[in-house]
Design a protein around this ligand. Structure first.
Ligand code: ADP
Ligand code: MG
Length: 703
């Protein structure tokens, strides 16, 4: 790659954007495509053929040899099966490349090996992928060559969703319909569509690949299962926003180019709080495209790392005692005539539409705090939430002083007559200008914070898809809009009715607002007093999917059927059990084959030292003391290992997925911790040449 990067030239060069499509297909076909994108419906067979041929010709011109329906099964990552464009050679032996409309629109991967939670038995293996015409096709470039990727949704033979995309698209439809009702009530008759926008800030760790390869736990589990704290952690605050080291800089440069080529608007990059931790944020875009792009960001982060002798860890908690990684899901709603429904304007107290939207979001988040929390849960995030580095597992909303004050006025008097203003920030330096400041400070500890013209849902885990959180957000807000519109459309006096409704919703749901320190232990007590749900772990959250309240919500807006919800629960229990099982077996392997053998060598070395010291007639107090300590810990480790092995066997005997998952959480994880403790204690007193693993210090500070 040359050193000079021309962003304009490379941006989206591997994307079949609408403007590219317009150059490659006739005007009437293009008009049909844009109509379907805006208004839904299906392409005619003829136009589908035209688009498919153009897509293929464009892709082949760019060097693509294969195409794939690219989808997002419930594994949380993406799936692809490549088919080349080649066909039967004709009788002259000439090859004609082919890609038909029906291949573009529909695929039929063998679905039997993807998680379905019982929705589809293996003998009913049919699954279909359907082209998501609203997310552009792109060419993925890697060692396989160049592959045309067609973003798709993945459903069973009976149309049940088997992925993260289908429900998201359904939820976008739902919020579009309901939000349009709201804006119409306020006289915006020109808007024909309301779209949720999402910007997902992605945190990640980069470590040296050679060292990564020496850690079985990182290879199998993506996180360290053993490891003592290094002498220095993040206490000096010297990594956050710190100068980016050369090796990492070269990586980021390469990463940006790769992302820009596939149309991902990589915008912001910086060092994060923990050593070896970094962040990337793209510019926000329509939520389904943002979900696709976040998957591509995660994939590209990993792929590019390999080229730089690095490994990217996306796990929520790769290192115990060191800040983990999350993903901030910034969310807003915009009409197609350019109104952001979450923009309060200069004087929010006078912006009635905004206040109604705010009241509805408060109602949605309060009513379905449990679902929102569930949507941000995954196995890795259990290590992070509430651990003094991320929001607790309690959902609350931060509004900031200005809006909180407006809400208070409305609740107390029914009128909001004034609002706080930003004012001027005096720097006290004659050569610096005074700055206009925002009316509201930030709060970094809130799980759901209003940040100017969007909400930032900060609970999501770094390795997780943002599909679920956005499906939930769209759906719960759609419901609140729907209920508000039902009332307001019937009202005789609209102004009075909207005034009453805002007051009613804000009064009823003000308990969800919390502007204080979300990391403080007092908040947990206060939240309990307010009756807010505190759902500590992923498993505790699973059942929220099928409460009567949730089923009614999802069925009303056509997001999930009861059967789909049941199946998703089953998949979650299974994923949990399987993940912990892998971690536990990995610990067994490391303890049996690396740590215990190493300590036996060390014990022998120390014993030899005691014997030879005694023979030489010197005082062997130090040698003896260390020998006893090491041997004692070694014994503890062996006992803990024996117990862990027994627990793994016992867990596997449980057939019920839910019961098994809880057993892994309560028994297997406890046994894992009991094995880790003596091992970590041994690490810090064992001869560096004997300890078989790169330490936290090696991994975090020697990248
Ligand atoms: P922060 O200071 O919280 O990091 P940024 O301004 O960097 O905030 O924005 C973080 C993310 O939020 C980016 O991905 C950005 O594109 C996105 N974002 C900004 N405005 C909106 C909006 N109206 N709707 C959704 N996302 C947005
Ligand atoms: Mg942010």
């Amino acid at each position: 790659m040359s050193d000079r990067i021309n962003i304009e030239e490379i941006f989206a060069e591997n994307v079949f954007t609408l403007s590219t499509m317009r150059q490659w297909i006739p005007a009437e076909a293009y008009a049909e495509v844009t109509n379907v994108i805006t208004n839904g419906g299906e392409l005619s067979g003829k136009t589908a053929d035209v688009v498919a041929r153009a897509m293929k010709d464009w892709a082949v011109k760019h060097g693509a040899t294969h195409y794939t329906h690219w989808f997002q099964p419930l594994t949380g990552i993406t799936a692809e099966k490549h088919d080349s464009f080649i066909t039967h050679p004709n009788k002259d032996g000439k090859m004609l490349l082919e890609f038909k409309g029906k291949e573009l629109i529909k695929g039929e991967p063998d679905a039997s090996s993807f998680p379905s939670g019982g929705l589809r038995a293996t003998f009913e293996a049919r699954g279909y992928t359907a082209w998501d015409i609203t997310s552009p096709a792109f060419i993925k470039e890697d060692a396989t060559g160049k592959i045309l990727c067609i973003p798709t949704a993945f459903c069973s033979y009976k149309g049940e969703a088997l992925d993260k995309k289908t429900p998201l698209l359904r939820s976008m439809d739902a919020i579009n319909v309901q939000a349009l009702r709201i804006v119409k009530l306020f006289g915006n008759t020109k808007a024909t569509k309301v779209t949720p926008s999402v910007g997902a800030e992605q945190e990640y760790f980069l470590i040296d690949r050679e060292k990564y390869l020496q850690r079985t736990d990182l290879i199998y589990a993506g996180r360290t299962l053993f490891g003592a704290a290094p002498p220095k952690g993040q206490e000096m605050d010297d990594h956050y926003y710190g100068c980016i080291r050369e090796r990492i800089g070269a990586y980021m440069k390469d990463l940006n180019v790769e992302l820009w080529k596939i149309g991902v608007t990589a915008k912001t990059q910086h060092n994060e709080v923990a050593p070896a931790q970094h962040e990337l944020a793209p510019i926000y875009e329509t939520s389904n495209v943002a979900v696709d792009h976040n998957q591509l960001v995660m994939e590209t982060l990993k792929k590019v790392a390999g080229r730089h002798g690095l490994t990217c860890l996306l796990h929520e908690k790769p290192f115990q005692g060191v800040n983990g990684s999350g993903k901030h899901n910034n969310w807003s709603l915009t009409t197609d005539n350019g109104v952001n429904l979450l923009d309060p304007g200069e004087t929010p107290n006078e912006n009635i539409q905004f206040l109604l939207v705010l009241a509805c979001v408060m109602k949605a988040v309060d009513t379905h705090a449990d679902l929102l929390r569930q949507s941000a849960s995954d196995v890795g995030n259990d290590h992070r939430l509430g651990a003094d580095e991320a929001p607790p597992a309690i959902i609350s909303m931060f509004l900031g002083e200005q809006l909180e004050d407006v809400v208070k006025q409305l609740v107390e008097t029914g009128e909001a007559t004034h609002c706080m203003e930003g004012g001027v920030l005096e720097t006290g330096v004659s050569t610096l200008p005074d700055l206009l400041k925002d009316a509201t400070d930030r709060n970094r500890t809130s799980p759901f914070a209003f940040t100017g013209n969007k909400f930032e849902f900060r609970m999501v885990g770094s390795a997780d898809s943002i599909g679920d959180p956005n499906t939930i957000l769209n759906t719960i807000v759609a419901q609140a809009f729907c209920e508000a519109a039902d009332r307001l459309e019937q009202a005789e006096d609209f102004d009075m009715a909207v005034h009453d409704l805002i007051k009613e919703y804000m009064t009823k749901h003000q308990r969800i607002i919390f502007n204080g320190n979300g990391y403080a232990p007092e908040w947990v007590k206060e939240a309990e007093r307010r009756g807010l749900p505190n759902i500590p772990t992923m498993l505790d959250a699973v059942e929220t999917l099928t409460t009567e309240k949730s089923i009614a919500l999802f069925e009303k807006f056509g997001i999930f059927t009861r059967a789909e919800l049941e199946s998703r629960k089953d998949v979650l229990y299974e994923i949990y059990a399987k993940t912990i099982n892998i971690e536990a077996k990995c610990m067994v392997e490391m303890a049996s084959r690396q740590l215990i053998p190493a300590e036996i060598l060390y014990v022998r070395e120390l014993s030899d030292a005691v014997i030879s010291g005694n023979n030489a007639g010197i005082n062997t107090k130090v040698q003896k003391r260390l020998l006893d300590e090491v041997n004692g810990l070694l014994e503890q480790m062996q006992d803990a290992l024996d117990l862990l092995e027994k627990e793994i066997v016992a867990a596997r005997e449980l057939k019920d997925h839910k019961e098994r998952a809880f057993f892994y959480r309560d028994r297997v994880k406890t046994a894992m911790e009991a094995l880790r403790a003596p091992a970590d204690a041994l690490e810090v007193i064992t001869d560096k040449d004997i300890w078989p693993l790169p330490t936290y210090g090696d991994l975090l500070f020697e990248v």
